[in-house]
Design a protein around this ligand. Structure first.
Ligand code: SF4
Length: 287
């Protein structure tokens, strides 16, 4: 049976939205990104996220303001860290980002790449996001958004025609587990994904495989059946667990539960792929 779309209201902490018509808050720009959508891409990381996933690979992305932190710095001595101050986040204009993006244009042309707006949560700064996407449209640069999907439906409606690819993180189908592990309900995330599918948007669902949390048979089968119910050409990327963020947790002096976890074995991944392929859903390992 096809999924029925019912709008769900979302309460979002909108403290960072005010006064951001022209400038936006980001924490990084990465050139030559290979796992953030098709081709070679420039990834712009917006700062601020309404979710609080404890496994977040970008823990510095979550705060909705410029942060003055004291971090562990081991760049000068691999065996010892010293505490140093660091500013995380900066305000930028659309033209400032476009200057960076233009440097990579030659790679987009050759690889089918473009800009990816990630985070944090891009949908948390909708006015700035729309300005940036509009500038990319004018310059004929393809666009992708890496989003949790946690937003008012009206924000997605405003993006219509400006986004070539949605990289849509879908973590947990069980609402209680979603609340427990991310701090928010998954209802708007599920309904917004259904809306994008119904509108024919190009969506790649990305599932972070967190051991014993998101990578369970029950959760992955629920995601597979939900994607199937959307009757669209959505594809799925399964993102095996990795420890790439461990240095960041040390750097930002955060408690690190990741270290106790291990990445999935190849045979486990094969089984997970099967849950999707048996329903005819194209699935890729990694992004
Ligand atoms: S939604 Fe993404 S950016 Fe936000 S806390 Fe979760 S993993 Fe981090």
């Amino acid at each position: 049976m096809r999924f029925k779309f019912i709008p769900i209201p979302v309460r979002i902490n909108d403290q960072i939205i005010a006064d951001r018509i022209i400038n936006g808050l980001i924490f990084d720009i990465k050139h030559f990104a290979l796992h953030d959508g098709p081709g070679i891409r420039t990834t712009v990381f917006f700062k601020g996220c309404p979710l609080n996933c404890w496994w977040c690979q970008n823990p510095e992305s979550r705060g909705s303001e410029i942060e003055e932190l004291t971090i562990n710095d081991s760049s000068r001595n691999r065996n010892a860290s010293i505490s140093v101050p660091e500013t995380v986040g900066r305000m930028v204009s659309v033209s400032g980002i476009m200057e960076e993006v233009e440097k990579d244009r030659i790679f987009y042309d050759q690889s089918g790449g473009g800009i990816t707006i990630s985070g944090g949560e891009p949908l948390l700064q909708p006015d700035f996001l729309i300005e940036l996407l509009t500038a990319c449209r004018k310059e004929e640069i393809t666009t992708a958004i890496d989003t949790s999907g946690f937003a008012e439906i009206e924000i997605l409606e405003r993006l219509f025609g400006l986004v070539d690819y949605y990289l849509y993180d879908l973590k947990l189908m069980d609402e209680d587990l979603h609340r427990k592990n991310t701090g928010v309900s998954n209802q708007s995330i599920i309904h917004n994904l259904a809306w994008l599918a119904a509108e024919g948007e190009k969506v790649i669902v990305r599932v972070p495989l967190i051991p014993d949390i998101t990578d369970t048979k029950e959760n992955l089968k629920a995601i597979a059946h939900f994607v199937k119910s959307l009757e669209s050409d959505i594809t799925v990327d399964l993102l095996p667990f990795n420890l790439l963020a461990k240095d960041k947790f040390h750097r930002f002096k955060l408690p690190n539960k990741l270290m106790k976890m291990q990445t999935q074995a190849p045979e486990q991944i094969d089984r997970m792929v099967d849950y999707f392929q048996t329903l005819g859903i194209p699935v890729t390992i990694g992004g």
